[in-house]
Design a protein around this ligand. Sequence first.
Ligand code: CMP
Length: 143
Amino acid sequence: MEQTFIMIKPDGVQRGLVGEIISRFEKKGFTLKGLKFITVDRPFAEKHYADLSAKPFFNGLVEYIISGPVVAMVWEGKHVVTTGRKIIGATNPAESAPGTIRGDYAIDIGRNVIHGSDAVESAQKEIALWFPEGIAEWQSSLH
Ligand code: CMP
């Protein structure tokens, strides 16, 4: 079954959006497979965003991600990568539709509340990075 990596960023945690965000994924029917509340250091954040290291906003992005605890999660379900991105909304909150997480809760691309893997391959890489101990198997009765 397909899995994706979802991270509630420091602004999402600080603003008390953890429950609301988890609720949206649960109500859609996806299954929570892993969750950790964690503050990451600079080398770890740089590794997570390695593909963006040449971007002018890279340092600011890393500073933002290490500025406080995040909630790192693995969600599972049919088409969860693409559907998860739809639930999250466009990267730039100025373009994300109302009803999406960013459309409802963010206005600044540099404080966009949540991250979701953009493809199955990046999901596998990100899950391996954030959950090196592996993901325990359990079967939801929903599937
Ligand atoms: P995310 O889904 O985590 O993937 C890469 C992140 O880079 C993105 O969300 C934004 O937080 C950040 N990002 C992308 N473009 C910009 C930008 N122009 N300025 C600042 N941050 C950006």
